[in-house]
Design a protein around this ligand. Structure first.
Ligand SMILES: Cc1cc2nc3c(=O)[nH]c(=O)nc-3n(C[C@H](O)[C@H](O)[C@H](O)COP(=O)(O)OP(=O)(O)OC[C@H]3O[C@@H](n4cnc5c(N)ncnc54)[C@H](O)[C@@H]3O)c2cc1C
Length: 374
């Protein structure tokens, strides 16, 4: 362990001195913010501090849905939130995907415009009959497309599911390879002359004499401006209406003759699954123990893993032999409001956090908006 004050002249000059922007967190938001800052300030020295040996939040652990709203999720959102806010977030998600694909080539992240299906369980209450036409009237206004959502009565049989009475299709959603996405974003930061120091953990910061002083696990250093992009891990920096939220996922081993292709939501988005070639990735069940899953600790629990597995066995792959390969978890940032926090807390420090389960879609746009605050 070599502390900052033990570094050479060359190391200090190259890596630590005269930094215009330090960004904390090398997830989708942090890297996008860095790239957009470089566009605004081509001469700026920009460094990302990432505490993990690789990005270690949600950006490399998610399901890779390029999604902006399933009918039951939007219906649920409209019950709990102001209508205008719901549609603002919807548009942010839709536009965020365009921003993401302006930074990286969608072909190179295996983008598949497969569409998505929102499944309604046999015992689940359905959305009101006129809700799909309401959604399409909104998409007509917002996206100039009145054919985004539709009833799909054959999907359940087609994919071999059991226990779902119907499905709604969203024709514009798709999927990406989240690993390739973060690798390409990282390459883009390197191409733009942005440095990333892995293993550096920000412990606290303060604004001192027109600079920001950072205390890290390697000691203290100073920079001109600070952007905190640590999503669910930002609560210790005193952001209000932000909580960590763990999400658990599992993946099967390859399955012979798998007929499932696409992205699927169930129960207002609380469960989700997709194929990755001939495997199924499935996650969800956080609503079974919201208090227990309000944590920054990675890990899985029997209660949630069992619920995902039972959905997989009984409803998704009812007639298939399959084995689980492994499970993992990721930490999101959520709040009462389902929208990101993009704000400056003083002249030199800004936060871009609270991505919820939407960061693949909104992360790059949040980074872009964050960069315009300086
Ligand atoms: C299981 C799961 C499935 C999901 N599925 C989808 C999906 O299909 N579609 C979708 O749109 N969204 C999905 N999401 C949400 C999405 O992944 C996140 O919203 C998004 O990745 C957040 O990006 P971020 O850059 O804000 O944060 P993160 O990716 O979490 O990055 C924050 C980084 O900050 C680092 N960090 C934290 N604290 C410090 C510190 N003190 N010092 C230095 N570094 C620090 C962390 O190590 C981390 O790398 C999912 C999330 C999970 C967990």
């Amino acid at each position: 362990m070599l502390f900052f004050n033990e570094l050479s002249f060359w190391e200090r000059k190259e890596y630590l001195n005269d930094i215009d922007f330090v960004i904390i967190g090398s997830g989708i938001v942090g890297m996008s913010a860095a790239i957009f800052l470089k566009k605004r300030f081509p001469q700026a020295k920009i460094t990302i501090f990432e505490r993990g040996y690789l990005p270690s939040g949600a950006s490399t652990k998610n399901a890779g849905f390029a999604c902006f709203g399933s009918p039951t999720e939007l219906y649920d959102d409209l019950q709990k939130n102001d209508e205008q806010k719901v549609w603002e977030t919807f548009l942010l998600r839709y536009q965020g995907l365009q921003t993401l694909f302006s930074l990286i080539d969608k072909e190179k992240v295996d983008y598949k415009p497969c569409g998505s299906w929102d499944l309604i369980g046999d015992r689940q209450s359905d959305i009101p009959v006129d809700f799909i036409s309401y959604l399409n009237s909104k998409t007509k206004t917002l996206l100039n497309n009145s054919d985004v959502y539709s009833d799909d009565l054959i999907a359940t049989d087609l994919f071999g599911f059991k226990g779902f009475k119907k499905a709604y299709k969203n024709s514009l959603e798709g999927s990406v390879d989240s690993g390739k996405l973060i690798t390409l974003l990282y390459k883009k930061t390197v191409e733009n002359g942005i440095q990333t120091l892995f293993g550096v953990n920000l412990e606290s910061y303060s604004e001192v004499n027109s600079e920001v002083e950072l205390i890290t696990n390697y000691g203290e250093m100073k920079c001109a401006n600070l952007l905190i992009c640590t999503n669910g891990f930002a609560t210790k920096f005193l952001i209000s209406d932000l909580l960590p939220a763990r999400a658990q996922v599992m993946i099967t081993k390859p399955i012979q003759d798998l007929k499932i292709e696409g992205t699927f939501h169930f129960d207002a988005g609380y469960y989700y699954f997709r194929n990755i070639e001939n495997r199924i990735l499935i996650g969800g069940g956080r609503n079974l123990n919201i208090d227990g899953e309000t944590t920054e600790k990675f890990g899985t629990t029997d209660q949630i893993q069992d619920s995902i597995l039972s959905l997989l066995k009984e409803n998704i792959l009812p007639n298939k032999r399959f084995e689980i390969d492994y499970s993992w978890s990721g930490i999101m940032g959520v709040g009462k409001e389902k929208s990101p926090i993009i704000k400056k807390v003083n002249n030199r420090v800004a936060f871009g956090v609270r991505m919820g389960g939407m960061g693949v879609a909104i992360g790059s746009e949040v980074g872009k908006k964050l960069a315009t605050l300086f």
